[in-house]
Ligand binder design. Sequence first.
Ligand SMILES: [Zn+2]
Length: 460
Amino acid sequence: MPEFPSRPTRGHAPLPRRLALTLALSALAPLAAARPGSPEGVADLLGVPTPADLLQAALPSVHLTRVAEPPSVLVVSTQPPASVAARYGVPPAAVAALPRHDGEEARLLRVRLPAPVPDHPPALPASIVTHTVRPGETLASIAADAGLDLVDLLSANLDRTSLDDLEVGEVLYLPTAERGLLVRIKPGQTALTLIAGYGADLARTARANDVLPTALGVGDYLLLPGVRAQGLYAQLARHREAREEAERRAEMQARYDRYLAQQKERERARLQELYVMQAKYEAYLAWRDSPERQRLIEAYEQQAQYEAAQAALREREQAAQPLHVQAAGVNVAAAGHLAWPVQNSRITSRFGEADIDYHKQIFHGGVDLAAPAGTPVYAAADGTVTESGYGAYGMNVYTAQGDSTLVYGHLSRTAVTPGQAVRRGDLLGEVGCTGICTGPHLHFEVRLDGRAVDPLALLP
Ligand SMILES: [Zn+2]
């Protein structure tokens, strides 16, 4: 190593550090002259007086250049040799210091590297730290946690191809001091061409990288302070927008497909309904023209004619022979009026009433007196039992006197036998629901001369 010759600086106040740098760079002059990318060459390129002027600002250590044989770098540093060794990942013994003059803050160090120069690991600026992606993190959350905006984060991670596809365990670079574009020098590029290409400031770049840019080679990282990956961000944002738009379209298409499927299902249901209605209509047509229906209609008509004729006959007889009922009444109620055959009953169907289907088909010739099953049934008038047991009205009792007949129907049991004479008020049986019956009641019928009349007209 050459000695440090004492030379004055030009144009600037003599500061110990700057002096040291100047001296160091001067000392390297023969080496620099041999290399086009040397500090002297850089200073010439930028039109500044000396390489030291590139490095006016204070630097803890400046990586000056590399030497291939033996593999080593030359560093100007104000820091202890042990710190410099740690910076390059070598043992302290690998750092050889040149003698320091009194009052000088910085000194020239040679750092011997363990591997040949071209194979040394890519230099990464000390202010860039790595971050390993954890579950649940996004680029936006990582940026926010690091106090960066998304463009700052992208600028340090130019290999990102998406704003969203982030995998756990991936490693991101985070700037902790200067923010800027972190580029890796490719074959055919140099730090200087990149600095010029991006229009970065040379001195600021040197400070941000803690190294003289000329010392960086292919494969090394170069932080270009103040340069932002706005274009990359815009491109990735467009990708994200395009993908979201595609997702929206897919969702709309899916919704439309669901709508079409629903429409199809509704149409199918509607056709099914039409089909059922058509089938019902055809069944109705078949029924309308069927012989069974014709017979039923005829039967109904006959019944109606019969009932109308009966009604007309009754009216005529009542009008022409008012004394007949009177006479029959005397006959029926030898001791006066008819008596109620059931106490506390409720009239549920009157004479001739067509309240239930059965009464619509079969003329109701009596009165229905509803009462709880087992309620006693008494003779409404004196007479002789002519029938007791199952008959036309379930378990029924008939009594007769003269030309009048009384019928007690739907009994649960009877208390008399045929031929037995009964007096008005005698027990005949109990209310039940035998025969055609919808609930416990007594069917009470009065026939005069074989024809049913309204019992209510004869009851008190
Ligand atoms: Zn009845």
